[in-house]
Design a protein around this ligand. Structure first.
Ligand code: AMP
Ligand code: MG
Length: 296
């Protein structure tokens, strides 16, 4: 199964705020064997949100919306998802009562705009939010003949994390076929990206079930491998096999095959040989020593 994560909030389309929630969700989904096929960021605009929801529902099995569940005018996720599904919103008196209790316990009177947080998409299960006012929602069922899971989560990261971990992981496990995702990373130095790919592409192309990504960074190339299988061991065996074949081809250009950093590897060699390292730095302002000493 694959997923799309939709981050909602006009602030996420400015240079000042970043969508970090999707990094957390991607890690959790991968652990469940779900691949994230798309990530979308949409501003607080009902028509844009509805269009993003429709697109996502047409192309993946699991759609997770996050943000835009609060009480203010610009919180439009519930309305947009209901529009995209052609379903109604129903105000849930139980949620209203809980909201009123929450405000009363803080000796506050609830302002009327809070009531919209009690709007539930017809057929959805409410996911109570112990850390905030906006509950999440879970919907699953057939859409256009295909099984789909739709999850609405609040935007504040601590609320989203708690809600997903405590209320979505087990629910998802029950719905998902048992597949496991294994990953492996090779790090390569002293070689350019095109030179590296020219040598390894003919090898990894022989493994269509292993997804390979080549990433060029400062002073290194990374090769990422991903495979899914019915057991973690079987998935791991697939990525290990490709990694081994590629290490065989590139030899000493591969400096790390278990995710270690360059400075970690330098540290291993120093320890192994009982050697020490001295640095006299000019122009780097101590950056070289900083990297080496970042590994204890
Ligand atoms: P909202 O649920 O849209 O009212 O969002 C509440 C707050 O959660 C925002 O002000 C952001 O600080 C934070 N937030 C919302 N979405 C994200 C996201 N995708 N990544 C990180 N923080 C977020
Ligand atoms: Mg918002």
């Amino acid at each position: 199964m694959n997923a799309e994560i939709i981050a909602i909030g006009s602030e996420l389309l400015t240079p000042f705020r970043q969508d970090t929630n999707s990094l957390f969700l991607t890690e959790k989904l991968n652990e469940l064997g779900v691949e994230v096929a798309f990530k979308t960021i949409a501003g607080d605009n009902r028509a844009h949100l509805t269009s993003a929801a429709e697109t996502a529902l047409s192309r993946v099995d699991i759609v997770i919306f996050m943000g835009g569940l609060g009480p203010t005018e610009d919180d439009l996720t519930r309305e947009a998802v209901a529009d995209a599904l052609g379903l109604e919103l129903r105000r849930d008196p139980e949620i209203i009562a809980k909201l009123e209790q929450r405000f009363a316990s803080h000796k506050l009177k609830m302002s009327s705009n809070n009531a919209k947080q009690a709007d539930v998409i017809a057929g959805a299960t409410v996911l109570p939010n112990a850390l905030g006012t906006a509950p999440g929602q879970w919907l699953s069922g057939k859409l256009d003949g295909r099984e789909r899971i739709i999850i609405l989560l609040p935007g504040p990261p601590h609320e989203l994390k708690a809600l997903f971990t405590e209320q979505c992981v087990e629910r998802l496990k029950k719905k998902l076929p048992r597949t496991f995702l294994a990953t492996r990373v090779l790090k390569i130095a002293m070689m350019g990206e095109s030179q590296c790919d020219a040598r390894v592409a003919p090898l990894y192309q022989r493994y269509p079930d292993v997804q390979t990504t080549i990433l060029a960074g400062a002073g290194e190339i990374q090769l990422h491998f991903k495979a899914q299988a019915e057991t973690l061991e079987a998935a791991q065996a697939r990525v290990d096999e490709v990694a081994e074949v590629i290490e065989g081809e590139l030899g000493d250009f591969v400096y790390s095959d278990q995710g270690e950093s360059l400075e970690q590897i330098v540290g291993y060699y120093l320890q192994m040989r009982g050697a020490t390292l001295a640095a006299a730095e000019s122009c780097t302002g101590g950056l070289f020593a900083e990297r080496v000493t970042s590994v204890s």
